[in-house]
Ligand binder design. Structure first.
Ligand SMILES: *Cc1c(COP(=O)(O)O)cnc(C)c1O
Length: 383
């Protein structure tokens, strides 16, 4: 397999080689990674729920009663009473008619694109969308049109150009996963309306964190199911469990059940995960202090970073990337931070556009101001 070796070598030389570090602790702020105690600034457990005592208990109790594996797909006999209750709770929480659980967000995005569109149709996507949305469009065989990041006038030109196509589906990250800025969904909906295009928002990084009850970006921007017919969000980030859901009308959810291959041809997630998600949603709704604390930490981070000569992104969310540019430099900064007890991963192309490699710093409600002080102090010596 010489050609593979050559390719891997080229990757190393370009500073693009990816390596996993081994986490020996629960997800959280203070972690043991590769045998070393480090403060983590890179997870997506924004509210500190992945290791929450009550959520773990709900998981354990459910496993005790319902076992571990679900045994089959949802359409065979794997759709447990816990999955069903979780779907109803997610629908109610997001103010939508129905919700459908998926094993991962990646699969949910492939499902939406491939079940709703085909060769005659056009999908419109922001250039900085998550890879799973792009892959969904590819698998659907619809024509994919990508517009420059947040450039809605370009989206409109594309809608005009493809007005005579079959279905038109706009898919966008809600909070952009590598930049942290939010889509102007009200504006997208306004642009979409005259062309009869459907809008889908992937709220992987907003769900749990944004909105007064934590129901996400659409709650924050006060948009309902009529305006944004398709909402997708993941459960492995702020919710602290695993999987994802799509929420919307009766006909949307029934279409996914009938047609979405990533729904039909896979084993249902363990029922205990649904029990944990149910508990987590209760905590998200009740603990508004977690969202408030996170906002305070975000403001503090931005204020402390202002003294450094680095480019921060226009982000008001827990995702606060520091753009470095060069791949090797980003990697060596990440390693230097790690040596000093701080874990911030280097994000490089193709996850981000080339020349924009970055330290993707993320904050969690579990951070303390002193953690940020330490990060900023160390960054000052390195940058
Ligand atoms: C993480 C993420 C996904 C994928 O979700 P998984 O449950 O991890 O598969 C999809 N979209 C966005 C924007 C994400 O950040």
């Amino acid at each position: 397999m010489k050609s593979l070796e050559n390719e891997l070598d080229r990757r190393r030389e370009a500073g693009l080689y990816r390596q996993r570090r081994i986490n020996e602790s629960a997800q959280g702020v203070e972690t043991i990674i590769d045998g070393k105690a480090v403060i983590s600034f890179c997870g997506n457990d924004y509210l500190g729920l992945a290791n929450h005592a009550d959520i773990k208990q709900a998981f354990v109790d459910a496993a005790d009663r319902y076992g571990v594996g679900s045994g089959s797909a949802h359409l065979v006999n794997g759709h447990s009473v816990l999955h069903h209750a979780c779907e109803q709770r997610l629908a109610e929480f997001t103010g939508r008619s129905r919700a459908l659980l998926f094993s991962t967000g990646y699969m949910a995005n492939i499902a939406v694109a491939s079940a709703l569109t085909g060769k005659q149709d056009v999908i419109f996507q922001d250039k900085l969308n998550h890879a799973s949305l792009i892959d969904g469009a590819r698998i659907s065989e619809a024509r994919l049109v990508r517009y420059p990041h947040q450039d809605l006038s370009r989206l409109e030109s594309a809608l005009i150009k493809h007005n005579l196509a079959g279905r038109k589906l706009i898919m966008s990250d809600g909070v952009f996963s590598m930049d942290g800025d939010c889509a102007d969904v009200s504006k997208i909906v306004e642009v979409a309306a005259p062309y009869d295009a459907w809008t889908m928002i992937d709220d992987a990084h907003g769900f749990g964190v944004l909105g007064s009850r934590g129901a996400g970006l659409l709650e924050q921007q006060q948009l309902n199911q009529e305006q944004v017919p398709i909402l997708m969000a993941t459960l492995g980030k702020a919710v602290g469990t695993a999987g994802a859901f799509v929420a919307g009308s009766e006909s949307l959810i029934e279409t996914l059940i009938q047609q979405a291959r990533p729904y039909i041809y896979t084993t249902a997630s363990p029922p205990a995960v649904a029990a944990a998600t149910l508990k987590s949603i209760d905590i998200i709704e009740a603990d508004s202090w977690r969202r408030e604390k996170l906002q305070e930490l975000i403001a503090y981070f931005q204020q402390q970073m202002a003294g450094l000569e680095v480019e921060l992104m226009p982000s008001q969310t827990a995702i606060q990337p520091i753009i470095i540019g060069d791949n090797h430099e980003t990697l060596s900064l990440s390693n230097a931070l790690f040596d000093r007890g701080l874990h911030v991963t280097a994000i490089r192309p193709p996850t981000v556009p080339s020349g924009s490699a970055r330290l993707r710093c993320t904050l969690s409600a579990m951070h303390e101001f002193a953690h940020i002080d330490l990060l900023v102090k160390v960054l000052k010596t390195l940058l």
